[in-house]
Design a protein around this ligand. Structure first.
Ligand code: GTP
Ligand code: MG
Length: 200
């Protein structure tokens, strides 16, 4: 397999959610014999040189096989307080050195490397004013499988520091370039035991 890495792109994978609908940590659930987080990390490392997992509990994932992946330990006010994916993303983005970041949730079992690589190869043609390039669906943006410019960090921190927690609200304040999704099942989100059963 030829590996096409984009030098100006890193990946951030969010793995700090409550998994309350699943009832157990989704990142560790096995799909096709591989824990979900490991699967998503392996897809990400087929697309970018640097892969970072943003989580408040890196020790929980130390036993996973995550070659070339590094942890970014997320800080929280208290161990049990979850502040949501937008704050996790902000903390991760602050550590990244590349112009672009591929942001991924850890609960996407049907990601397709060739689609992500195709999108990554088009980043040069995204208009300068766009802070991100994302898929748009009937409910709004798909924030957890798409590309963001590192330069949007100050705007993101302003929003978060004013108490903002919603990706949709934040994204609606800025120009975003639309990504076209060739296969909608690629964004299948595994949130519940019923979702998991659909995969088997
Ligand atoms: N690092 C980090 N990731 C988060 C946080 N909240 C959610 N995520 C991640 O964001 C992605 C989407 O999360 P959801 O599926 O919406 O929610 P969840 O909190 O994991 O699960 P539910 O409790 O069932 O809503 C997953 O990869 C989560 O691990 C957070 O506070 N920090
Ligand atoms: Mg989800």
């Amino acid at each position: 397999m030829s590996i096409k890495h984009n030098q100006s792109l890193s990946s951030l994978i969010l793995a700090g959610g409550k998994s309350s609908r699943m009832g157990e940590d989704k990142a560790l659930i096995s799909v096709g014999g591989m824990p979900l987080l490991q699967l998503v990390c392996s897809v990400a490392s087929s697309c970018t040189d640097n892969v970072y997992v943003v989580t408040p509990w890196p020790e929980r994932y130390e036993q996973l096989v995550l070659p070339r992946c590094q942890f970014i330990r997320e800080l929280r006010l208290s161990p049990s307080s979850s502040h949501g994916p937008l704050v996790g993303f902000a903390q991760g983005l602050a550590q990244v050195q590349t112009d672009w970041v591929l942001l991924l949730a850890c609960d996407l079992p049907r990601l397709r490397v060739e689609v992500l690589q195709g999108w990554a190869s088009e980043l040069n043609s995204v208009p300068d004013e766009a802070i991100a390039t994302l898929v748009h669906n009937t409910k709004g943006w798909e924030p957890l499988c798409g590309f963001y410019r590192r330069r949007c960090l100050p705007q993101l921190l302003d929003f978060v520091n004013q108490g903002g927690r919603s990706f949709q609200q934040w994204l609606n304040q800025h120009p975003i370039q639309v990504l076209s999704l060739p296969a909608s099942e690629m964004l299948f989100n595994c949130n519940t035991p019923e979702d998991l059963a659909l995969l088997k």
